[in-house]
Design a protein around this ligand. Structure first.
Ligand code: DX5
Ligand code: ZN
Length: 209
C-alpha cells in the first residue's frame, strides 16, 4: 500500500496553516520541511513554538529536519503532533548516540539520504529506524527534477529488508511515481505536484492508486 504525505515547505506560519487547511480531512499525516540556512541554502519556519501554535486539526507531522547539529535541537521539536523526525545521515556524527537520544525522547527516528549518500551509511541501523527516506533531489527547494539515479538505492534498500518503510522525498509526481514504487518505495512525499494541482484531492488520489 502506498502512503502519500503532502510536503509543506513554507517560510511563514500563516502559509503553513493554509497548507494544513488545504489537506485537512484528506490526509492523516503530512511531511513538514524545516531548514536552517546552514545545512541547506534555504530557510523555512524554524521555530518549534511557532509550529506548536498552529491548528493541526488532528493531522500528524513527520518532521524533515534539514539542520546542522540535529542532536542539539530534537528535544525542542518533540511536539505532541510530531509522529516522526527525519534526520539527515550527512548531519549526524554518531548514529548510535542519536538513536539512543531519540529513544529517550520517545520520537520515532527516520534517516534521510541525499542523492549522493550511499545506503551503506545506514544498513547496520535499518532495524532501529522507523523508515528510511531517499532524497530524489538535493535538499533545499521544491519543484526540482527527480534524480532517477536514486532508484538503484531504493532497490538495494528494499533487497535488504522486505518490511522496511522506504520514503521518497523530492520530485514525486504522477510521472515519477511508478518507477519509485516499482523500486520498492511505499511512502511518497509530494509538494509541488499536490499543491500546484488544480484539484488537490484528485491529484492526491491519483498518486495513491
Ligand atoms: C526538499 C524538501 C522536499 C520538497 C519536495 O528539500 O525536503 O520535501 O518540499 O518538493 P517537490 O515535491 O516539489 O519536489
Ligand atoms: Zn522534505
Amino acid at each position: 500500500m502506498i502512503t502519500v504525505w503532502p510536503a509543506i515547505l513554507e517560510h511563514d506560519l500563516q502559509s503553513i496553516q493554509q497548507r494544513i487547511d488545504a489537506v485537512a480531512g484528506l490526509v492523516e499525516e503530512v511531511h513538514v520541511d524545516i531548514m536552517d540556512g546552514e545545512f541547506v541554502p534555504n530557510t523555512t519556519v524554524n521555530d518549534p513554538a511557532g509550529l506548536g501554535s498552529l491548528d493541526w486539526k488532528g493531522i500528524k507531522v513527520s518532521l524533515h529536519l534539514m539542520i546542522k547539529h540535529p542532536e542539539l535541537h530534537v528535544s525542542s521539536w518533540a511536539l505532541p503532533f510530531v509522529s516522526s523526525m527525519v534526520i539527515h545521515r550527512e548531519a549526524v556524527n554518531n548514529m548510535a548516540s542519536l538513536i539512543q537520544l531519540m529513544q529517550d525522547i520517545h520520537v520515532p527516528l527516520a534517516i534521510a539520504l541525499n542523492p549522493h549518500t550511499p545506503s551503506y551509511e545506514i544498513t547496520e541501523y535499518l532495524d532501529q529506524l522507523a523508515f528510511v527516506m531517499v532524497m530524489g533531489v538535493e535538499p533545499g527547494f521544491a519543484a526540482q527534477g527527480f534524480n532517477s539515479d536514486v532508484l538503484e538505492k531504493i532497490r538495494y534498500l528494499r533487497e535488504q529488508s522486505p518490511t522496511l518503510s522506504i520514503a521518497v522525498d523530492g520530485g514525486v509526481s504522477l510521472k515519477t511515481k511508478a518507477a519509485m514504487v516499482e523500486a520498492g518505495a511505499n511512502i511518497l512525499c509530494a509538494n509541488s505536484y499536490l499543491f500546484k494541482a488544480d484539484d488537490l484531492p484528485m491529484a492526491y488520489q491519483r498518486l495513491r492508486e
